[in-house]
Ligand binder design. Structure first.
Ligand SMILES: Cc1cc2nc3c(=O)[nH]c(=O)nc-3n(C[C@H](O)[C@H](O)[C@H](O)COP(=O)(O)OP(=O)(O)OC[C@H]3O[C@@H](n4cnc5c(N)ncnc54)[C@H](O)[C@@H]3O)c2cc1C
Length: 462
């Protein structure tokens, strides 16, 4: 394997695939390659079992500010539109109810304020506040067995897109490879990136690729590659592994609990699986690990490369982990993966969503889960929320913790503008209108969905 391309994309997860789709279909870039180290596309965080399958719009994510929600919403609508357009049979997604649940006076007041005063009700016209009775209609198990004296409120929407991000990644790659300009190489690990007079040479385990422009969409590994080229010096990663527990048939859709503002990866939720609504997934947990990929000891040295073992990294970790909210949370999360003890300790989180659940009802989902590369700013010694993008000289690096899968097409749109307008120059064009016509223009707006519980929810008396 080898070749000379205008654009090489490193990483065949949903980020790399989205950029491949966007550039192949809607620009006149003449030759594009995607290089993936695994034998399969979407084998790491974008795989169906390794994330929560939520299309984040910002409506039920209570750690998002209104500004962040506005940003994420367009990204989610782009992907929802793609799915509506390309997946009429619902092979890669389903549409169910989605809600954030407030339990007790304080949480109910917080949700009411969010909806009425903070502007979320206006931003999301399909979102509605519902009380105990309506919650019981949509999600009976959320109310069953719960103390009737405790106040309940949910912000609920039928826009609960549940996405198999792995299948979606494959669909994006398939669409792109319809174009003669595109090559996809799997089983080829990029081992070094060297600047040349015209762009970059990428050394891989299977051969060498030359390109004018490179985009690194290698998940947790993007920052490692950036640092090798002298970029991202003020960033390190706090890798947070997430596991899940499984139960039978408890929820019809997605039920989130209130997130803590300081912890973008906290707050357990219950989710009916994208392909099988009779399986309910609870999680994710949040365990700090010294690896860049889940269960891969070989990536400990990659983590150390990114960490850098210098004073700024240690001081940043110390500052973040000494937080009075974060530290106990991190310590609690260490035990959830331990057999016997883990499920017992995790059970109260599940019971917050479904009170009648017992220990025997849940089991750890073996082999499920991934690692969220949370970004640490070593200048501010603080944890950054969400994704990061480093734009260099004819090269872009994308580091993509949640909601990276939800915003994949928006990210790709942004990168395509940079590639075409800043890197390649006047001879190239990005037809954004055509891109929007294939994606966001298919997103259903208004209150056309008369069934607030979404298509997959049985009537209350079924
Ligand atoms: C527990 C958990 C729950 C989550 N839930 C959600 C959710 O509900 N909704 C949401 O939007 N997001 C969620 N996320 C985040 C989401 O999974 C990621 O944002 C998304 O999958 C990132 O996609 P990606 O393509 O950037 O990275 P990945 O899917 O990790 O893909 C990166 C690819 O790069 C390849 N690669 C790495 N190094 C090299 C190399 N040297 N050479 C060649 N290839 C390389 C890897 O093999 C991999 O295939 C969750 C994440 C976790 C861990």
């Amino acid at each position: 394997m080898s070749g000379n391309y205008d654009l090489v994309i490193v990483g065949g997860g949903i980020s790399g695939a989205s950029l491949l789709y966007t550039t192949a279909k809607f620009t006149d870039i003449e030759s594009i390659a995607l290089v993936e180290k695994e034998d399969e596309i979407a084998a790491i965080n974008s795989h169906r079992t390794n994330n929560s399958q939520t299309l984040h719009f910002g409506d039920i994510e209570t750690n998002y500010t209104l500004e962040k929600a506005e940003e994420v919403k367009e990204g989610a609508e782009l992907l929802a539109g793609y799915l509506e357009n390309h997946d009429p049979e619902r092979d890669m997604h389903s549409k169910r109810s989605k809600m954030v649940l407030g339990v007790g006076d304080e949480e109910v007041a917080a949700l009411d304020a969010r909806y009425d005063e903070e502007g979320f009700g206006d931003l999301f016209p399909k979102l509605r506040p519902i009380g105990r009775e309506e919650i019981a209609d949509v999600e009976p198990k959320v109310v069953e067995g719960r103390d009737p004296g405790v106040e309940l409120r949910a912000l609920q929407t039928p826009d609960g897109y549940v996405v198999d991000y792995g299948q979606t990644t494959k669909s994006l790659v398939e669409e792109a490879t319809e174009e003669a300009t595109v090559d996809v190489y799997t089983g080829a690990e990029v081992t070094d990136v060297t600047p040349t007079t015209d762009g970059y040479t990428l050394g891989t385990t299977e051969g060498r690729f030359d390109c004018d422009v490179a985009v690194v969409a290698a998940g947790s590994h993007s920052l490692q590659m950036a640092k090798e080229l002298g970029y991202g010096e003020n960033k390190v990663l706090l890798p947070v592994a997430g596991s899940f527990f499984l139960a039978d048939d408890l929820l019809n859709g997605k039920v989130y609990t209130l997130q803590m503002k300081k912890l973008p990866f906290a707050a357990v939720h219950g989710d009916a699986d994208v392909h099988d609504a009779s399986v309910t997934r609870f999680g994710p947990t949040a365990k700090l690990v010294p690896t860049l990929e889940r269960g891969r000891i070989s990536t400990v040295s990659d983590f150390l490369d990114v960490f850098g073992l210098n004073a700024a990294s240690f001081l940043s970790y110390a500052n973040i982990l000494s937080d009075r909210v974060l530290l106990p949370y991190v310590l609690r999360n260490l035990v959830y993966d331990i057999p016997e003890v883990g499920p017992r300790q995790f059970l109260p989180h599940v019971q917050k969503v479904v009170p009648s659940v017992e220990l025997d009802d849940i089991e750890r989902a073996k082999g499920y889960g991934g690692v969220r590369p949370q970004i640490v700013d070593t200048s501010a010694k603080s944890l950054d929320m969400g994704e990061a993008k480093i734009v260099g000289d004819d090269i872009i690096f994308n580091i993509t913790p949640s909601p990276g899968a939800s915003t994949c097409l928006k990210n790709a749109m942004r990168d395509t503008h940079t590639i075409v307008e800043e890197f390649l120059g006047d001879d190239y064009e990005f037809d954004e209108a055509a891109f929007r016509a294939e994606t966001i223009d298919h997103f259903p707006r208004g209150d056309g969905d008369s069934d607030p519980a979404g298509e997959a929810v049985p009537a209350a008396d079924d």
